[in-house]
Design a protein around this ligand. Structure first.
Ligand SMILES: [Zn+2]
Length: 1016
């Protein structure tokens, strides 16, 4: 569209604008009324009516399409209208349409690329506003940047008020991060068209007073796969449809849980767009609820680090949205519901913790563009106090209905925001200012990450996440001392918050610890994350601890309850309230934080301390031809002590090893002679990462971590394992990350006794599928053949690594003699951070680790050990054994039968919760089922005692898992099965526990090193 044509259109309707404007801004809030003088696209409008299944599933805002002589409607790309049955455009088509809009109306529309994904697809943002606003985008951005960082105006409210008067707010909408939620792209194409051409005062006021920014598809990789699957469904309408096994290269639904660690490109791209454009809102569009749930008001508990102003804004926007749509007569619009706003992992939370407003719609979708009858559950259609016009129990539902709801909700929001721009800009400024004032209001003043952290690489990785989040990092240029808060003495408590009694008082009692020092001195070079900066809230939220009370009225946390990054990265971050931290002489760190490695000394052998850093695994695979040995005990060399597991590298030139060490960021010492400590070789084994076809997401985080560490692997499915009898000839280690399904489901797969094969492969029909892995039929699972092959693999000397449900599978399928799984009765650990203790530090799996590692846990499994195959775990059913029966004497006396010799009973065998009971003489005599000492499970880590189990999040009924084994190494034939009760590789947030996995891999053929065997 040219500028002239816009004027012509406006001119033709100017007489009527006054009337429309009066209606739209009536104090009674009369609904939008269409102005008959504004030309509409008759054909398009007719189709809107045709594809909308009932009049009340639409609104006056979207039941027509304004006409334009110069700007193409979505039909130009879709061949039909937005939301038409049977039509889902690929991401490239959606982007092509947005660029057609830009080309037709360059003065109102601007399209920018915001980056590409892991599979190389482009992501875009589309800015739409008036000619005047688009012409002065850069000036406006400059003013927004000042409001976003009030330090630039010395926190001067008067200066801010002037800026606010001159500034147009930005409202950022993101669509389709969840690939099977398919409606947003077409809704946003049509919305973009409306915002560009419609001359109704209602829309014009949005255009004049707001810059609308749109990313029509966040998960572009997943979108194209989803469109493939939908087209396959259209070509084979009578067949069952393959489920969407892969969305992005690594991650499916969890792509909307990545806003903390920013592991995925899509998160990074949206975050960068957010930091650049400084919008006041990030509004993310989803589909799962009938018919529109504006979920940020949701339910408690709210995230504890947001500015309370944000909670008020949620209420304002949510209720305004519901209220306006209620007046349109649209059923099923609500804003309270079961979503708690605790975890900051959602994409929209990029805004919540960067002084903006996070919003999320759940509209209703059919997972494709078919029009179908949808029957709801009673709890979905029931009238609630917050849902006075609930959804219909049963209704025909179309993608057009979805597009009507999404667009109506968004238009109502944009209009409200445009009418109240100064208010929201002022809130934006206030939130930014209060974030800068944080040290002097609620605190803390800063977090300090000490210069002498044992794990500088992990420290740098954590700091780099903060840098991605826009957080400023500085570095002390001199030694400094700050006061530390003195904690008031508290009575000992269990993890459930109850006062501890009797059995809870144990060896880990905090009472035994000396009082914490009142001050601490940090070396020059220590990092400071000062809280007197605009993005202090995200830093505080990531570095702080979380406590979710078991008594919270919210009984079903929506997502993880704990995430404390320093704990999960196994690095130290000290929370400092002392304002003196702000007077420390510093330099701002301007570059991306990375550790440059170094080598000192000279000689034929190079020693690298084992500190559990991922770089060690990178090094092993990088120096393929070098000999690397692991020390089985601590040793002295070059005037210092090296920890158990430290690498001794030989058979490589100093130059080669130095170059690798420098690049990877390790510290090495070259010495003239090889230390005399006992060692074994550290291999670079052949790894397989094993996935099911039921769900690939949890293993996707593992693949991502391995790729990030440059640790190569072959990616195989359970079907490959089922078909390959001799796995050991191909692999040394098989890593089987959690699937998120029961052992039976992983073994069975999906039913094959009925239905059709479900192909997942690249074909002409489905060109975007099969990039990760392919199969003719996704249904078959691991099968019993697969289980047998995995068992044979271990017997042949392979290592099978399992976690959570795959560990349960290994146990229940009988691959791990001596391990059983206890059933949880009251245990509730919902994505929490818990404490572990080292049981056997001589195991190679524990190399580089000290005590007290924090691990991520989701309800177990609860491992028990036994030395007798077939015997139950150590916790017998029924009353406690070992309590004395009724008889003579006191509680701690023996009963004495009368009239015969007195025979004292032998001591009952005792074992800790992480140990097996020693075999009895009777068991040893019958022998068959007693596991010989060298074949018994070896516990590496256990869960801490109940009192100290909770680090962050929710732990309820923790006594059921406290002290039980967390990481177990089970010898099987010539090989091993390693069981993790925790998930050591989770969402890019648990780098501190990665090396438990890498240790197992690198030492796969020497896992028995350092083992002490039971006497009998
Ligand atoms: Zn979703």
């Amino acid at each position: 569209m040219t500028r002239l044509s816009v004027r012509l259109v406006s001119g033709s309707v100017c007489l009527f604008l006054a009337t429309v404007s009066l209606v739209a801004q009536s104090p009674l809030g009369a609904p939008f009324v269409r102005n008959p003088a504004i030309a509409i696209d008759e054909d398009y409008t007719k189709k809107i009516k045709e594809y909308t299944t009932a009049p009340y599933f639409s609104s006056p805002l979207v039941d027509y399409l304004p006409a334009s002589k110069t700007v193409p409607t979505p039909k130009a790309v879709l061949g039909d209208i937005a939301g038409a049955p049977g039509i889902l455009p690929y991401s490239a088509d959606v982007h092509r349409y947005m660029r057609m809009l830009e080309q037709a109306a360059p003065k109102r529309v601007k399209v920018v690329s915001i980056g590409s994904t892991e599979e190389g697809r482009e992501m875009i943002a589309v800015a739409i506003s008036s000619e005047a606003n688009i012409a002065k985008l850069a000036d406006n951005q400059g003013r927004l940047a000042k409001l976003a960082d009030p330090r630039t105006i010395n926190l001067d409210d008067a200066a801010a008020a002037q800026l606010i008067n001159a500034t147009t707010p930005v409202y950022y909408i993101t669509g389709s991060i969840h690939a099977p939620e398919t409606g947003a792209p077409t809704a946003l194409m049509e919305l973009a068209y409306r915002l560009t051409v419609d001359e109704h005062e209602y829309i014009k006021s949005i255009r004049d007073n707001l810059i609308t920014l749109i990313t029509p598809i966040v998960e572009v990789d997943g979108r194209d796969k989803m469109v493939d699957v939908y087209r396959w469904h259209r070509a084979h309408p009578d067949l069952n449809v393959p489920p969407l096994a892969y969305w992005g290269k690594y991650i499916a639904h969890d792509n909307n849980r990545d806003a903390m660690a920013v592991t995925l490109k899509l998160t990074e791209n949206v975050l960068n767009a957010y930091l650049e454009w400084k919008p006041q809102v990030l509004h993310d569009l989803h589909e799962s609820q009938p018919y529109l749930y504006d979920n940020t008001v949701g339910d408690g508990p709210y995230n504890a680090w947001i500015d309370p102003i944000l909670a008020d804004e949620w209420e304002m926007l949510g209720w305004q949205n519901v209220s306006e749509m209620t007046k349109f007569g649209m059923p099923g619009v609500f804003t309270h519901g079961d979503f708690d706003t605790w975890s900051p992992g959602y994409l929209m939370f990029v805004a919540a913790l960067h002084n903006g407003i996070s919003r999320l719609y759940e509209t209703f979708g059919n997972g494709g563009a078919d029009t179908v009858e949808r029957t709801l559950r009673p709890e979905e259609y029931a009238r609630q106090w917050y849902k006075q016009n609930p959804p219909l129990p049963k209704a025909m539902w179309s993608q057009r209905n979805n597009n009507n709801y999404e667009q109506t909700g968004v238009l109502v929001s944009l209009h409200y925001f445009a009418q109240n721009g100064p208010l929201f800009l002022r809130n934006f400024y206030l939130k930014s200012k209060r974030a800068i004032q944080k040290p002097r209001i609620e605190g803390p003043a800063a977090y300090v990450l000490p210069a002498d952290d044992r794990r500088p690489g992990a420290q740098a990785d954590l700091l780099r996440i903060l840098q991605k989040q826009g957080v400023e990092i500085s570095r002390a240029t001199a030694t400094f001392t700050v006061a530390l808060p003195v904690k008031k003495p508290q009575p000992p408590r269990t993890t459930d918050g109850a006062p501890a009694t009797g059995a809870e008082s144990d060896a880990e009692s905090p009472r035994a610890k000396p009082p914490a020092p009142a001050s601490r001195t940090f070396a020059a070079g220590s990092y400071l994350v000062r809280m007197d900066q605009p993005y202090s809230r995200i830093a505080d939220a990531l570095l702080d601890y979380q406590y979710w009370s078991p008594n919270d009225p919210q009984k079903t946390p929506y997502d993880d309850t704990g995430w404390t990054f320093p704990e999960l990265f196994n690095v130290e971050a000290v929370r400092v309230l002392d304002l003196k931290a702000l007077d420390v002489p510093i330099e701002h760190v301007k570059t991306t934080i990375r550790v440059t490695g170094s080598t000192s000394g000279s000689g034929a052998a190079t020693i690298i301390e084992h500190n559990g850093e991922t770089g060690l695994a990178t090094l092993r695979y990088r120096l393929k031809n070098a000999s690397i040995a692991a020390a089985e005990e601590p040793f002295e060399s070059a005037g210092r002590t090296f920890a158990r597991g430290s690498f001794i590298v030989t058979n490589i030139t100093v130059d080669e090893v130095s170059a690798a060490v420098r690049e990877i960021g390790l510290k090495a010492v070259s010495v003239a002679s090889v230390p005399t400590v006992k060692t074994h070789p550290v291999r670079a084994p052949r790894i397989a990462i094993l996935h099911s076809w039921l769900s690939t997401q949890s293993e996707g985080w593992w693949r991502h971590a391995f790729d990030d560490a440059h640790v190569p692997y072959e990616y195989v499915s359970v079907q490959d394992v089922a078909a390959a009898a001799d796995l050991k000839s191909r692999f040394d280690v098989i890593v089987f990350p959690p699937v998120g399904r029961s052992p039976e489901a992983v073994i069975n797969g999906q039913p094959t006794d009925w239905g059709n094969p479900l192909p997942w492969k690249k074909t002409a029909e489905t060109p975007n599928l099969g990039t990760e892995d392919q199969t003719e039929d996704m249904r078959p699972g691991l099968g019993f053949a697969g289980v047998t092959h995995l068992q044979q693999f271990a017997r042949d000397g392979g290592l099978l690594i399992t976690s959570m449900d795959t560990a349960s599978l290994a146990v229940s399928a009988g691959l791990t003699p001596g391990v059983t799984i206890g059933s949880a009765r009251n245990l509730k650990i919902v994505g929490s951070v818990v404490r572990s203790k080292v049981v056997d530090g001589a195991s190679p799996i524990a190399y580089g680790y000290g005590d007290d590692l924090a691990i991520w846990c989701f309800n177990g499994p609860i491992f028990n050990l036994t030395n007798v195959v077939g015997a139950p775990g150590r916790r017998p059913l029924g009353p406690d054994i070992g309590t004395r029966p009724t008889g003579r004497g006191t509680l701690d006396d023996f009963d004495v039968p009368q009239g015969r010799d007195r025979v004292e009973a032998p001591e009952e065998p005792k074992a800790e919760a992480w140990q097996a009971l020693p075999p009895t003489d009777d068991q040893l005599r019958t022998g068959i089922n007693v596991i010989p000492p060298n074949a018994r499970p070896r516990v590496i880590l256990r869960y801490a005692d109940n009192r100290s189990l909770l680090v962050s999040g929710l732990v309820e009924g923790g006594a059921e898992i406290a002290q039980h084994p967390a990481v177990v190494d089970v010898p099987v034939g010539k090989g091993h099965v390693v069981l993790f009760s925790n998930n050591p590789v989770w969402r890019g947030e648990t780098e501190g526990s990665y090396f438990l996995v890498f240790n197992a891999i690198l030492n796969f053929d020497n896992l028995n090193a350092g083992r002490t065997l039971d006497a009998k």
